[in-house]
Design a protein around this ligand. Structure first.
Ligand SMILES: Cc1cc2nc3c(=O)[nH]c(=O)nc-3n(C[C@H](O)[C@H](O)[C@H](O)COP(=O)(O)OP(=O)(O)OC[C@H]3O[C@@H](n4cnc5c(N)ncnc54)[C@H](O)[C@@H]3O)c2cc1C
Length: 458
């Protein structure tokens, strides 16, 4: 069977794949994006119905295009985000082939590049970018056996309250997903128990500016590694109901029973850690630290923003915090469902090259993997805190495109037999030196490749 030769093959047609395509097109680098479902599929089929973006529309987007029909300070619905990404891909002529699943990527024996097998033919690619998302497979800790007799589902499979059987609900995980799902279930008339772990809890807005703005001006999106001891810091933030600060004391006042981390199960009872008060108080401290930093910024820069002392007011600790439940008998409490908002794990089974550690996680520096020619994009903390978010991935994609350009520059000096499948594609690599053409005044970068020239837009 013949293989199609392509210079860069991008796996995944979400925001990362689209951003990668834009930057490669700008540099005239021929590429294709393979997406197993539809463009931005996760936003269409792996999010609950009422989800809106966590950041306002002015922030959670690519730099080159606003989100149509959404006011800058409003929060786009998940469908509006998906439509936006699809429209963006069309606008830049991204050469995306949908319905194509990559089954394997292997190093070509005795030749440059990689052999890629898909459900719709094979490719030989000089470079491969894995853009399959920061959140790939649902992760549910193995605490409660299936035989426990309750419906258990992951937040990525939750759609709306009517999907769950009658009865009360335990929601495990108090990041953005857990708090929003718990709130929605409580409002629908169920008794909800919410297991709260460590989290950051920024104000939705402060002194008239959204927290996305504050994280930006304070340089906090640019943190290049999570704080010590926390590989992934959950941010409890929500754009629901027009955007309100997530406040666990307020959720409790509204009827939700807060519990500590769910950590064991025996004889129909779930046991919770004794960490609830500590987790809530540390979340409050995180909020106050951001308010302090914002106040200091205003002071230092002489900015005229209205003071907001009420942002520091805390409701009294609810009974569930002062006298926390150590365990919950699910049957006695009428709990018929458990929603696990416990995050995701990686799945790179298809990437059969030397770019993963013993746990199957990417080995890389800013997305440049340990296997030369293979790149990752969209990883949490790939280069900074903002890496997995819509606007952040765009900047990481630019960096990866630069790295690929630099590598192409070296090809000028590489003797390659005509039998190399992408030898004809190497014309675009002709550079005076192994330097990105962008940095060389007057250097002739090849013309951008459009969807028409690759004939691949599906
Ligand atoms: C509930 C939730 C809410 C979020 N809200 C926001 C928000 O408001 N703002 C924000 O900036 N970020 C948000 N994020 C974070 C991030 O923006 C999303 O996770 C986003 O989907 C990541 O985009 P991506 O392109 O990196 O990956 P994905 O969207 O996961 O795209 C990867 C694509 O790869 C495809 N794929 C996977 N394997 C293969 C294969 N072998 N072959 C071919 N195709 C394959 C998948 O079908 C998928 O379409 C949210 C995340 C979650 C989970």
């Amino acid at each position: 069977m013949t293989s199609e030769a392509i210079e860069v093959l991008i796996v995944g047609g979400g925001q990362a794949g689209i951003a990668m395509s834009e930057h490669l097109t700008e540099r005239g680098i021929r590429h294709v994006v393979l997406e197993r479902e539809r463009v931005a599929e996760r936003w269409r089929s792996e999010r609950w119905d009422s989800l809106v973006a966590n950041g306002p529309a002015w922030h959670d987007r690519f730099p080159g295009m606003e989100i149509p029909g959404v006011a800058p300070d409003a929060f786009a619905s998940k469908e509006q985000v998906a439509d936006y990404l699809a429209a963006y891909a069309d606008r830049i002529g991204a050469p995306i082939r949908t319905g194509v699943e990559v089954n394997s990527v292997r190093k070509r024996e005795g030749a440059n590049g990689f052999h890629v097998e898909t459900n719709a033919g094979a490719y030989d690619a000089r470079y491969v970018v894995a853009a399959t998302g920061p959140f790939q497979l649902p992760s549910i800790p193995p605490i409660i056996p299936e035989a426990a007799g309750v419906t258990q589902l992951h937040s990525s499979a939750y759609r709306n309250p009517s999907q769950l059987p009658e009865g009360n609900v335990l929601v495990v995980g108090a990041g953005s997903s857990g708090v929003q799902i718990a709130d929605e279930l409580q409002r629908s008339g169920r008794q909800v128990y919410l297991a709260v772990g460590p989290h950051d809890r920024p104000p939705r807005s402060y002194r008239g500016r959204d927290f996305c703005w504050w994280l930006g001006v304070l340089g906090l999106w640019e943190l290049n590694a999570p704080p010590a001891g926390a590989e992934h810091v959950t941010i409890a933030v929500s754009g629901a109901h027009g955007g309100r600060t997530v406040d666990f004391r307020e959720l409790a006042a509204g009827g939700i029973t807060l519990v500590g981390r769910a950590n064991a199960y025996e004889n129909g009872k779930v046991r919770f850690g004794a960490d609830l008060a500590k987790n809530v108080e540390e979340g409050d401290a995180n909020l106050f630290a951001l308010l302090d930093a914002a106040d200091a910024y205003v002071e230092r820069n002489g900015i005229d923003l209205p003071e907001e002392p009420e942002a520091r007011r805390l409701l009294p600790a609810p009974a569930s915090m002062t006298n926390p439940l150590a365990e919950l008998d699910l049957a006695e409490a009428g709990v018929s469902s458990i929603v696990w908002a416990t995050g995701f794990r990686a799945d790179y089974g298809w990437l059969q090259v030397d770019a993963l550690d013993e746990h199957g996680r990417p080995r890389h520096q800013r997305g440049v993997s340990t296997e030369p020619g293979v790149y990752f994009l969209g990883l949490p903390w790939q280069s900074r805190r903002g890496s997995s978010f819509i606007w952040g991935v765009w900047h990481d994609a630019k960096y990866i495109a630069d790295q690929i350009s630099i590598q192409r520059g070296y090809l000028v000096n590489e003797p390659a037999p005509d039998s190399q499948p992408y030898a004809s594609l190497r014309a675009g690599a002709a550079r005076p030196s192994a330097v990105d053409a962008d940095a060389v005044p007057g250097s002739a970068a090849p013309a951008p490749v459009t969807a028409q020239t690759t004939g691949t837009h599906a």
